[in-house]
Design a protein around this ligand. Structure first.
Ligand code: FUB
Length: 298
């Protein structure tokens, strides 16, 4: 059976190519990895977990990078809540994009009135440190920002918890420009929106949280569209369940190979607020569908 043989060969490649295994770093706890290729390296923008008895109060961000995906450099604290004038706590899943000489770091946090907002901070280096804007992005709420810049240079901000929204960013990259749209066809969306483009198709992937019927598993699912704003069609599962109660990921191509970055709680023995970033190969079928990722263990 040629199909089965191909899957077995791909599986063994998956294990051997990321030969240091998962997690990628073990000196700190990291989660919600947004991975991008900048300056010929993979940069990961994760949340920074500390054990705070399930409150996820997280107060700063580290940036990680690697040229070979085997050894990872921790660039230290890239942004702290102490340096964000409008924020009080819960520095959750961030993202970062590059435009015209500047790196824009997007992050959710609670404002002083205890509402989630999305902020932006800038740097001339992908490793930071980042300087926060004095206020959050007007019109923003909720969590998990992901910014995607299309081939025509237009930037889109995706975010949300329980429903997923998108808006264009203006040329400053710090303001929403126009309507905020609630996306349709993104079935079972809970959190962790991520947009990538493969060939001419837009892929929105996300965590199903507790919304998939008949299971307690938190999976990464995806939907596709012909435009960044949809309409989307649900396609299926990218990543299976992980240890811990959250599943949050990103998808990136590096040196011709696609990867899924995600997290699990294996290193901490299942502690939900001590997660670790992991990565595995991601493969597309000829029809553009994504094969469920085979997770490599510790
Ligand atoms: O890390 C805090 C929150 O947990 C994230 O914002 C969610 O996506 C979930 O992973």
């Amino acid at each position: 059976n040629i199909g089965l043989l191909a899957i077995l060969i791909m599986s063994s490649m998956d294990v051997s190519a990321l030969e240091n295994g998962n997690p990628l770093v073990n000196h700190i706890y990291t989660a919600d990895p947004s991975a991008h290729v900048f300056e010929n390296r993979v940069y990961i923008y994760p949340s920074h977990d500390e054990d705070d008895a399930m409150r996820y109060t997280m107060k700063d961000y580290h940036v990680l990078s690697s040229a070979d995906l085997l050894t990872w450099e921790d660039h230290g604290i890239a942004l702290s809540v102490d340096n964000v004038p409008w924020a009080s706590q819960k520095m959750w899943a961030p993202d970062c994009v590059y435009k015209d000489g500047t790196y824009y770091f997007y992050f959710p946090a609670k404002d002083k009135d205890n509402n989630f907002r999305i902020g932006v901070a800038t740097s001339d280096s992908p490793a930071g440190p980042f300087t926060a804007e004095p206020s959050y992005i007007q019109g923003s709420d909720e969590i998990d920002p992901a910014v995607f810049i299309d081939d025509d240079g237009q930037a889109y901000l995706y975010w949300g918890g329980k429903s997923v929204k998108v808006a264009k960013l203006d040329a400053s990259m710090k303001k929403i420009n126009g309507e905020i749209l609630k996306l349709k066809g993104v079935d079972y969306f809970y959190e962790a929106a991520w947009m990538h483009k493969y060939q001419t198709t837009y892929y929105l992937s996300y965590s199903t949280g507790k919304f998939l019927p008949d299971t307690n598993d938190h999976l990464i699912a995806y939907a596709t569209a012909d435009s960044p704003t949809g309409p989307f069609s649900y396609q299926g599962i990218v990543n299976g369940d992980v240890s811990g109660i959250t599943n949050h990921h990103s998808i990136v191509e590096y040196k011709g190979q696609w990867y899924l970055f995600y997290h699990n709680s294996d290193l901490s023995g299942g502690n939900n607020t001590r997660r670790s970033v992991a990565a595995d190969y991601l493969h597309f079928n000829d029809d553009g569908s994504i094969r469920p990722v085979i997770q490599t263990e510790l």
